[in-house]
Design a binder for this molecule. Structure first.
Ligand code: SF4
Ligand code: SF4
Length: 136
């Protein structure tokens, strides 16, 4: 179980990555790549921020303008992958992180592995740790 209250916190100063299928899905809506993405130092494409929030976030309605088409990483969140630690875990920054159950984390795992593959991130599966709680 995970109970998202759509507080919008994860849409503020977002660093969410974009995979090829995300880009295809969003550009099909009519958005140009440069309108909604930036290349970060690690070479990954990430969502662009405007006024400190995701370009697709509407601060008035506190809703995502492309909710049905939002990137896979946004769907998976607050499950995240910390590349330096090779850990899949729950991001403590999420307001409702405490509601993520072990079952939910396991349920989301295949989607996370798929996304990492799409991004070309090679995961050392033998050393991969999956933790419900992780302090950094
Ligand atoms: S921070 Fe967590 S609870 Fe708030 S909108 Fe994002 S995923 Fe949902
Ligand atoms: S695409 Fe939508 S859900 Fe994802 S960060 Fe932007 S506004 Fe939030």
């Amino acid at each position: 179980m995970f109970k998202c209250i759509r507080c919008g916190k994860c849409c503020v100063k977002t660093q969410m990555v974009l995979g090829p299928t995300d880009i295809l899905r969003i550009t099909k809506l009519g958005y140009k790549l440069k309108e909604f993405s930036v290349i970060s130092k690690d070479g990954l494409l990430r969502l662009k921020n405007i006024n400190d929030h995701c370009v697709f976030y509407n601060p008035n309605t506190r809703k995502c303008n492309i909710y049905r088409w939002r990137p896979k990483g946004c769907r998976i969140y607050p499950i995240v992958y910390f590349i330096e630690d090779n850990i899949i875990t729950v991001d403590n920054e999420c307001t409702m992180a405490h509601t993520v159950s072990e079952e939910y984390l396991i349920q989301v795992l295949p989607e996370m592995i798929y996304l990492l593959g799409e991004l070309g991130i090679e995961v050392d599966l033998s050393g991969l740790r999956v933790l419900l709680r992780h302090r950094r």
